[in-house]
Write a protein that binds this ligand. Structure first.
Ligand SMILES: CC(C)(COP(=O)(O)OP(=O)(O)OC[C@H]1O[C@@H](n2cnc3c(N)ncnc32)[C@H](O)[C@@H]1OP(=O)(O)O)[C@@H](O)C(=O)NCCC(=O)NCCS
Length: 297
């Protein structure tokens, strides 16, 4: 037995071409764009499975039809070799997952994204490179535009109708591109042209330049808790990516203590409680202030 283990340890890590099961955890690598581009819209080059007996499976999605595609594939192959093999990490899969969240990945042209088990990646390549129509099945996170206002307010109304007036006041200023909100950003989640989620961040105007708060964060009821779409997760990831790009270290959010679903969501996304404001909304109705460290010191 001992002898067998030693033998296994000596095997080299490698990757081979094959089919990746996107129902299971996997990494998707896309190429191009600026750091703040919507990665969903970029050409997807490969899928990558966790290793089995030190062998990763790589599925190529992009059909090389010319120099441009060949160059993209070459760069992606180089990164696969580098991160999985040449870096000689003890656990290259854990490293690949870690790499997905690094600034280096964010600023690179080759973008690695991790998809947990249960995420059905229904769009295996974008419409430019493969079959048209598949794009409709996937959620895009895009900067909100004035035309989204009605849909945003409907989402908020459906969650907390008393918030709509405040929200309208805020978004009116935001969409007018007023100086006071120039550092804020609102994102919406779109599925087949429909706005199914909103999130964003706003600066603490009267405080420091570095204090940012999560803005209204609502996902259409129909799409809550659906791993297949992962709307909330994708919105928060987009918010965090944008803030990391701006070197913002911490994101704050306030929520009602009785909002169990939101609390679970924030907890599983590494938000921690900073403070409890007792009786903030009403007697016995507390507010929680949570925060997430985006860039460790
Ligand atoms: C908050 C919100 C954006 C999160 O999106 P979501 O799609 O519901 O998020 P997820 O399903 O990924 O995560 C919610 C978690 O809460 C859990 N949950 C659901 N109901 C719950 C309850 N009553 N008590 C405790 N946890 C609950 C879910 O099981 C899930 O955890 P899991 O993935 O480990 O199973 C969404 O629920 C929403 O729009 N809520 C209304 C608006 C809101 O409350 N916004 C936040 C205000 S600060």
């Amino acid at each position: 037995m001992k002898h067998q283990e030693n033998k296994q340890d000596k095997r080299r890590w490698r990757w081979t071409e094959g089919t990746v099961n996107t129902d299971e955890e996997h990494v998707q690598i896309c190429y191009g764009g600026m750091p703040d581009s919507d990665w969903e819209r970029l050409p997807k080059i490969v899928l990558l499975s966790p290793p089995q007996e030190k062998i990763f499976t790589v599925q190529f999605l992009l059909i090389p039809t010319g120099k441009k595609e060949n160059d993209m594939i070459r760069e992606v192959r180089r990164e696969l070799d580098f991160f999985l093999l040449e870096k000689k990490e003890e656990n290259p899969w854990a490293y690949a997952r870690y790499h997905c969240g690094t600034a280096a990945n964010f600023y690179s042209k080759v973008h690695w994204s991790f998809f947990p088990k249960g995420w059905k990646d229904s769009q295996q390549n974008n419409e430019k490179y493969t079959k048209k129509g598949e794009d409709k099945l996937s959620v895009h996170i895009v900067p909100a535009e004035k035309g989204d206002l009605k849909a945003i307010l409907n989402l908020i109304k459906d969650f907390e109708r008393y918030d709509v007036e405040f929200a309208k006041r805020y978004y009116d200023v935001y969409f007018k591109k007023d100086k006071i909100t120039e550092k804020d950003k609102v994102f919406v989640a779109k599925l087949d042209g429909k706005t199914i989620g909103v999130s964003g961040f706003c600066r603490d105007y009267f405080s420091s330049d570095y204090s940012y708060w999560l803005g209204w964060f609502v996902v259409d009821k129909e799409y809550r808790g659906k791993n297949k779409f992962a709307v909330a997760k994708r919105l928060i990831e987009r918010v965090e990516a944008e803030l990391r790009k701006r070197k913002i270290r911490k994101l704050f959010v306030n929520t009602e203590d009785k909002n169990a679903r939101a609390k679970s969501f924030y907890a599983k996304n590494q938000f921690r409680t900073e403070a409890v404001l007792r009786d903030y909304y009403y007697k016995g109705e507390d507010q929680l202030i949570l925060s997430k460290v985006l860039i460790a010191r």
